[in-house]
Design a protein around this ligand. Sequence first.
Ligand SMILES: NC(=O)c1ccc[n+]([C@@H]2O[C@H](COP(=O)([O-])OP(=O)(O)OC[C@H]3O[C@@H](n4cnc5c(N)ncnc54)[C@H](OP(=O)(O)O)[C@@H]3O)[C@@H](O)[C@H]2O)c1
Length: 388
Amino acid sequence: MNGPQTDIDKTYINVALFTLKQIVGRTFPNPPVVCVIVESSYTLTDHKIVSFGLTSFTGRPHAEANAIESINYKKNKFYTLYSTLEPCSHQGRSESCVSKIISSGFINRVIFCTLDPDKRVNGKGKKKLIDNNVIVDHGIMKNSASKIYEGYFLNRKKKRPKVILKLAISMDGFISFKENIRSKITNRMTNQYSQIIRSEVDGILVGSNTVKVDNCILNCRSPGLKKFSPVRIILNRSLDLCLNLKIFKDCSKQRTIIITQNKDLEKHRKYLNRNIEVRYITPKKYNLRNILEDLSSIGICNLLVEGGAKIFSSFIKENLFDEIFLFRGNFFIGDGGLNAVNSEKNNFLSKKKFSIRESIRFGNDSLEILDSLKKNNQLDSKNVFGNN
Ligand SMILES: NC(=O)c1ccc[n+]([C@@H]2O[C@H](COP(=O)([O-])OP(=O)(O)OC[C@H]3O[C@@H](n4cnc5c(N)ncnc54)[C@H](OP(=O)(O)O)[C@@H]3O)[C@@H](O)[C@H]2O)c1
């Protein structure tokens, strides 16, 4: 038996892709992968799933290893391993997935959606399988898979994560009643949904002033989601944040990074002693592109940017975002409100940079998911912030 059995293969790849969507952002620092092992006769006339494997929530073991491990295979049966991504072929801390597949001795055929853009794998996994007499096919549902892997592909190909800006604004487009004030903009339902969004990214980035003013924790607090709390990243050039802030309370449980231009090692040590990682970037290189490249190098593929105004302004001005989650509370702030973006000077928000992909309601609040036009080249003249 050779070549793709299109309908059957599509069905099982779809099962894997459906499951993949549930684990994006939850396998840091490795890409999420879903494997389905199907047992059949050699003619493929009867077939059934005998194992599922997902990348573990800590990144290891990989999906293939998890799927293979739980199988009692039968010698007279034929086994196809469906995977959302090309199995890895490089030796890391443990045996590569390709070696696992080969040494398992029972996988006859491997079908995957897309080659892995990681240079250490790209096509090598496929070749090694073929060299070891495993039938290989790929490209099935490639476009659907590529969409789900957008963050991972950006990380490996462009050296930056997928960037999602998350803003909560009033009806008239303000993110706070005034500067340096913490303001409640959205309702409980919306806030709970925000926790789910956090649980689906690898990292949350904020500016130092949001940490100071909001004294935010930036974790996933909803029951069941705690273990998916992402890496917290704070931009703080001068490294002057007070260690009494809530965000620094339990950094041994949630990885916390400050990106700074300050190279004073005494100051670094103060934070390191509290399990806070300090990443130094020289003043010359301290810009968003380099910061994103640095985050990409530690495995961040999906990054949620949660403010405040200066940070939003910088990302929008430099066109360094892919999506915006725009939550809107059901009230007006009026004069004196803090603009979501420093738009008075630059008027970025009226510059047709977004198209609305989806609208959802949470009671009186709403959420619009906007795509960067840079990404899909669609035109939308609507000024979504409404206060320009
Ligand atoms: N409604 C919402 O969605 C929402 C969300 C978050 C915050 N907020 C509100 O926003 C306000 C805080 O906003 P903010 O504009 O004052 O401060 P911010 O954007 O939170 O932080 C700005 C600071 O980040 C640091 N930074 C480092 N690199 C930067 C870069 N490339 N671009 C911009 N900043 C950089 C700078 O401080 P260093 O000198 O320390 O580097 C800068 O002063 C608060 O009132 C908060 O409540 C609202």
